[in-house]
Design a binder for this molecule. Structure first.
Ligand SMILES: [Fe+2]
Length: 279
């Protein structure tokens, strides 16, 4: 039986401000999101869903979410979002009233079925704090949902990485109860990926035996300062998003994550000439 692959695009850390305002006085995050949306709209095959993994707004204010909604309007793909440390749960509930959250108040967790794949979107935000925490009801919900369909592969999304990336000022604001998530992931072999954001850099590690990623941002990147040489800083590195492609197959199938740079690049150029020979 051959089933179609499922494509989940992940974008992260949009940091949308009020119209005309620049992040840190320098970064036009609205323009960056426009370029990202153009890239998503052009991508073939069209992703089945876009997951926005937190820090949608910057301050946050209702005006920023209004601006975000206007910027997202040209996106031709369905999307779902979870809060980051720069977001407000209440403002997000108001901004996206059609979202089907698992709880009617508190954490904005969601479970989304895409063909044979389950996505678990986990709210790791802590009001007014930069670090992350999965609240007990979120952990209980995740554990129960994962137990309810053990044969279906599942991808977990949350804003805060549950591991140290080596960037000191970000590591002190990671997921504070990563051990609780570790226990749950270890219990459920159907978890095939833990996908996060927060650090604005493409990063890969293993967590509880599962590939675990950080999605880059469409705007600025946190400076890769592993030697603590500088004050917390950012760089305008090439923007990108992640594309998680699940190929159905034996067992849990196969999951591949692509790093997709955003921008106009020379090519594509053919490898072979009209005579079929390698150029
Ligand atoms: Fe963040």
């Amino acid at each position: 039986m051959s089933q179609k692959p499922v494509c989940v695009a992940q974008i992260s850390d949009l940091h949308i401000k009020r119209p005309g305002a620049l992040a840190y006085g320098r970064v036009d995050t609205a323009k960056a999101l426009e370029r990202c949306i153009a890239a998503l709209n052009e991508f073939a095959p069209a992703p089945d869903l876009v997951v926005i993994s937190g820090d949608l707004a910057d301050t946050p204010t209702p005006e920023e979410y209004d601006h975000l909604r206007r910027l997202l309007a040209p996106l031709k793909l369905p999307f779902a979002s979870i809060p980051g440390n720069h977001d407000s749960r209440e403002m997000m509930r108001t901004a996206f009233p059609a979202s089907k959250y698992a709880q009617s108040s508190g954490a904005l967790n969601q479970r989304i079925e895409l063909a044979g794949l389950d996505l678990m979107l986990l709210d790791s935000s802590v009001h007014g704090k930069p670090h992350g925490l999965l609240e007990p009801p979120t952990l209980e919900w995740l554990d129960a949902k994962l137990a309810s369909a053990p044969e279906r592969p599942a991808l977990l999304f949350l804003h805060h990485p549950p591991f140290k990336a080596g960037i000191w000022h970000m590591d002190r604001q990671d997921l504070f109860n990563a051990d609780a998530l570790w226990e749950i992931v270890r219990r459920h072999s159907r978890v095939r990926l833990v996908a996060t954001g927060h650090i604005h850099r493409a990063t890969l590690t293993m967590f509880a035996g599962v590939p675990t990623t950080i999605c880059p941002a469409p705007n600025h990147a946190v400076d890769l300062d592993l030697a603590q040489l500088r004050e917390p800083s950012f760089k305008m590195e090439p923007p990108a998003f992640h594309l998680h492609v699940w190929f159905p197959g034996e067992g849990f199938g196969n999951l591949v994550t692509h790093h997709v740079p955003i921008g106009q690049f020379d090519g594509p150029h053919p490898f072979f000439g009209p005579d079929g020979k390698l150029l």
